[in-house]
Design a protein. Sequence first.
Length: 96
Amino acid sequence: MRNKHLLFVLVVLVTLCLTACVAGTNHLKDTSNADGDVAGFWLGLWQGFIVFFTFVVSLFKDNVNIYEVHNNGGWYNFGFLLGVITFFGGAGSQSR
């Protein structure tokens, strides 16, 4: 009986932790930044290529982000993901 309670509490805690990590909506989607630009596919691709270097810089600088929130949505996300995958060698690099 005690194991069932412990398992229940563990499942509830894991579920709460996982739901706390769910991404929210981007309220700045399709809005322009201070320069009047909205990031699209090509900027997403470039920022995906340089994500590792940007991450390292962002650890030391407060005004550097690795993801542009002023983007056009799906195309920016696709470019960003494609750039990250390409930079890190893709999923097939370790298949041998």
